[in-house]
Design a protein around this ligand. Structure first.
Ligand code: AHR
Length: 627
């Protein structure tokens, strides 16, 4: 295939690969990015004393009792540890947490904390002991002791550090909180039992470092937060309330997740905004649109007013002046006096399933744009006249490949497009959601190449399509409600999928201009797009969706050549695998497919740059030329 690229022509593009930190789905936050190691730390998922996810009792006859009569601030369920008269003396009694399907134990400092109180007539004796122990070898890797007499009849928070001096052999470790059995018929209540390892940038209440760094390495300029269907909730009552996700952890009641369990909302709005800053990105902020994922809408009556006011207040929280606005002052009081950087606000999620979006869009965006006219408001349905629309695509590889030219034909009406959820989820394009057999567990090379083709088609239309994101982004393999996911993980390991690498390769090729190309060959099985940044760095992205390698030569004409440095530099990266279309990174084989260098020859002269490479079968490549 021979390509001609005209460097002097092209459309300006803002196209960018965004990330999507979608809460709740796949335990992306609790049990995922949020570094808290204790599962169900505030017993919000306790059904009865027989069933408290994450927890078991320590002690022969000790009883754990969920107690809704002793709430801690907004946390309704406390746990009573009761040592009965017949408990074995000399033993310890208490509770044990097995983490989010394991706790990684390494030589580092863990911060433990918990709230405790006791009954009026029952002072405690001895110690409260916190330990990190292995269930594989029975060894205790770290422990800390606190005086049990310090527990009073009022709730009080206790802190300790645990510092193992070596790593445990695997993730099969537990965190125990126990008291001495020196006295019978005694007990205490505990709540908000917490254990944090060192976090990203050492932020208190922060992010799991290894996983956060994988998301950060995507290099995304924008991160969509916080959802997804979980923004909507399963009912109006369960919708996202950003005000309940701020401040002291004991004042966050948590929320029934749309996808799984009960969310602590420890990874609340401020933590998500801080995360964006730590990733050098800005949020695409999803605001709650008074519409549930089960198709309930708040009617177009004064009932809607409080939701609109809440959305405007949320923008004040993110952007406002602490001197004049109470929500902005709250942000400052929480440690961030400067406004966050924000360009995009998306109203709701997947409102194409609703018949009420017109009035909600009109009323919410009028109020929000009156307060913040400079923001770009994104409709979560293909709404005529919206400045930006967010379109979602989940399908099979064939449908993605044939979507290469989808945006060539979309009328330019002024409405821009973000494609903030898309993924090849099946091998069956005709029945993407209905055929469980063909549903992928993890992304495969076949699907990821098809995604690359579709995304190249978006980039060719960079005057229209502003960006894209994979969905869902993150899933703990022990709590997966949706497959495939871009990044899978357990307590100790992280799987970067083939789709992760495709998105990362495109993300790193961020450009400002998309150039026209001509060729004697039409698209398929080779697909390409040519872009540049600052007129000095050219990118040629190429996908080959056939098994046969294809020689490619390309000439970039009309470059404003830098005559002081006439030798262009070229490098190329390729994602491919000898295993062919079904090649896939899995939790058993994390690194079977990963980007590798591709040989590329380059020659510069006064008229332009010529380059050549052999594009392997079933591959996606990004060739970079610096002039
Ligand atoms: O990302 C997976 C889910 O797909 C999102 O929550 C929802 O918006 C879509 O249906």
């Amino acid at each position: 295939v021979v390509l001609d690229i005209d460097a002097s022509k092209g459309n300006a593009t803002e196209f960018t690969v965004a990330a999507f930190v979608e809460t709740n789905i796949g335990r992306a936050d609790d049990g995922g990015l949020y570094a808290e190691l204790i599962q169900n730390r505030a017993f919000q998922e306790a059904d009865s004393y027989l069933s408290i996810p994450g927890w078991t009792k320590v002690g022969d006859r000790t009883v754990l009792m969920k107690d809704a009569d002793e709430p801690l601030a907004a946390l309704q369920n406390s746990m009573q540890i009761w040592v009965p008269g017949n408990e074995t003396e000399g033993l310890r009694a208490g509770l044990s947490n097995s983490g989010w399907w394991g706790i990684p134990v390494k030589p580092q400092t863990y911060k433990a904390s918990f709230f405790a109180k006791r009954a009026p007539d029952s002072p405690l004796e001895g110690t409260i002991q916190l330990t990190l122990s292995s269930t594989t070898n029975g060894r205790t890797y770290a422990s800390a002791s606190l005086s049990a007499q310090d527990v009073t009849v009022e709730w009080k928070q206790f802190h300790a550090t645990l510092t193992p001096t070596e790593s445990a052999p695997d993730a099969n470790n537990v965190f125990n909180l126990t008291i001495d059995v020196t006295k019978h018929d005694q007990g205490l209540w505990v709540n908000l039992v917490s254990l944090f390892p060192p976090t990203l940038n050492d932020r208190p209440n922060g992010l799991r470092k290894d996983l956060a760094n994988v998301v950060k390495d995507m290099g995304a300029k924008y991160i969509r937060i916080p959802g997804g269907s979980n923004l909507q909730g399963s009912t109006i009552a369960n919708g996202y309330n950003w005000t309940a996700t701020l401040g002291a952890l004991e004042s966050r009641p948590g929320r029934l997740g749309y996808w799984v369990g009960y969310q602590t909302e420890g990874l609340g709005l401020k933590e998500l905004l801080d995360m964006c800053e730590d990733f050098n990105a800005s949020a695409i902020l999803g605001v709650y649109a008074a519409y549930s994922a089960s198709d309930q809408s708040v009617p177009n009556t004064p009932q809607l007013d409080k939701y609109i006011e809440s959305a405007v207040n949320e923008l004040h929280f993110v952007l406002g002046d602490p001197a004049t606005n109470k929500w902005a002052k709250l942000r400052a009081d929480l440690g961030h006096p400067e406004p966050y950087h924000l360009e995009y606000v998306e109203l709701g999620n997947e409102d194409y399933t609703s018949t009420t979006y017109d009035y909600r869009w009109e009323r919410f965006t009028s109020a929000m744009s009156a307060a913040y006219p400079h923001l770009k408001y994104v409709a979560s349905a293909d709404l005529t006249g919206a400045p930006v629309v967010d379109l979602h695509d989940f399908s099979g590889p064939d449908a993605f490949i044939s979507s290469f030219d989808r945006y060539d034909n979309r009328p330019r009406t002024g409405t821009k497009v973000l494609e903030l959820e898309n993924a090849v989820i099946t091998t069956n394009s005709a029945d993407p959601f209905g055929d469980p057999v063909s549903r992928l567990l993890y992304p495969t090379l076949q699907g990821s190449l098809a995604e690359a083709v579709f995304i190249m088609g978006m980039q060719r239309n960079g005057d229209l399509v502003l960006g894209t994101s994979y969905a869902p982004y993150l899933a703990n393999v022990h709590a997966t409600q949706w497959t495939p996911n871009m990044i899978n993980f357990n307590a100790t390991h992280i799987l970067r999928s083939t789709s992760y690498y495709v998105h990362q390769m495109i993300s790193k090729a961020r450009a400002d201009t998309v150039h026209p190309t001509t060729s004697t060959t039409s698209f398929g099985p080779l697909y390409w797009v040519a872009t540049s940044a600052n007129s000095r760095t050219f990118f040629l992205q190429v996908a080959n969706v056939n098994s046969t390698a294809i020689p490619l030569s390309a000439t970039i004409h009309n470059i404003r050549v830098n005559f002081r440095s006439p030798s262009p530099k070229a490098s190329a990266t390729v994602l491919t695998s000898p295993l062919g279309l079904n090649a896939s990174n899995t939790m058993d084989e994390l690194d079977v497919v990963r980007p590798a260098p591709l040989a590329v020859q380059v020659l510069g002269n006064a008229r332009g740059v010529s380059l050549s490479a052999v594009i392997p079968g079933y591959s996606f490549s990004v060739i970079r030329v610096d002039v």
